[in-house]
Design a protein around this ligand. Sequence first.
Ligand code: FA5
Length: 343
Amino acid sequence: MNSKVTEIKALFDEKLALVTTSEQVEELRVEFMGKKGSVAALMSELKNVPNEEKKAFGQEVNVLKQEIETKIAEKRAAILEAEQQKLIDSAEEYDESLPYDIKTGSYHPITLVQRDLERIFTSMGFTIENYSEIVDDYHCFEALNIPKHHPARDMQDTYYLSTENQLLKTHTSAAQNAIMKKYGAPLRAIFPGRCFRNESTDACHENTFFQMEGIMIDKDISISNLIYFMKTMLSEVFQKDVTVRLRPGFFPFVEPGFELDIKCLNCGGEGCPSCKNSGWLELCPCGMIHPNVLAHGGIDSEEYTGFAFGLGLTRLAMMKYGVKDIRTFNSGSLKSLSQFKNE
Ligand code: FA5
């Protein structure tokens, strides 16, 4: 073996034995394998080696190179393992008995009210249905007796998607048609959901809010059934007497139609921003399902009648929890939202 190769090999082994950190390994690698390192210097001497020895010299340098690379890699791995072990050994011991403070999340107040209502209605034989937030024009309007250019559409301007005919649903009534077609009559169903309207916001209006729709279709369903279910629902939700009023209201998909208002619980009817100073809050429009809507849903209106209601779930949560401004619900403020008790 060439004496210089032997010399460098011995020097490398000697230095390697003294290395104890990753940084030192890197320094050693540069010293021997770097562009200006010992091995590169050795290669540059090839030109001075006699021709007949060149081949053997080149092979010896290559073997040396491989040997150094392997030893550096092994050393690096060994040091890394030792360093990790050191970290593990020095870590503080875990003491199970130490007191700890885990912050748990809480349900959103709208979820709480929704669950409450689902419990009440399922106990009265209603099924709970889920429906898409993206709907088409037919389901949101036409199937509900609101043809194109009908003035009732002005009240529910929404966000139209670039996909033809698709929009964000403005009311949960948009699910009526699909649910009628799915189950036929007789039928009792509620369907809560998020609604969207292009709306200026204030203390009682949001552009994104929740409603809960309910429909009941059977033989001989009348306004008395509607009033009974509305009264039962409100007394169960509030667990106290609340003052409501029923007045005529126009919705093209019911006939007759009503507005069910609740006396504002935030001001006791005196008038405040939550109720736009009127003392009353529009909560749950309702009415007897229009025969055209039943027909669109494939139900024979000669044989069956039914009622529908569209409860303002977000407003109900406002009243139940004494929230003065509806915008609190979408604010994402944990300080405000985490104060409501989970059930
Ligand atoms: C409707 O959306 C009808 N689909 C309700 C209906 C269903 C009538 C079935 C008859 C039969 P309206 O636009 O009034 O109606 O909304 C219903 C309720 O949703 C309101 O009483 C109110 O409580 C709530 N609501 C409406 N707009 C907003 C809003 N911008 N922010 C918060 N709550 C709203």
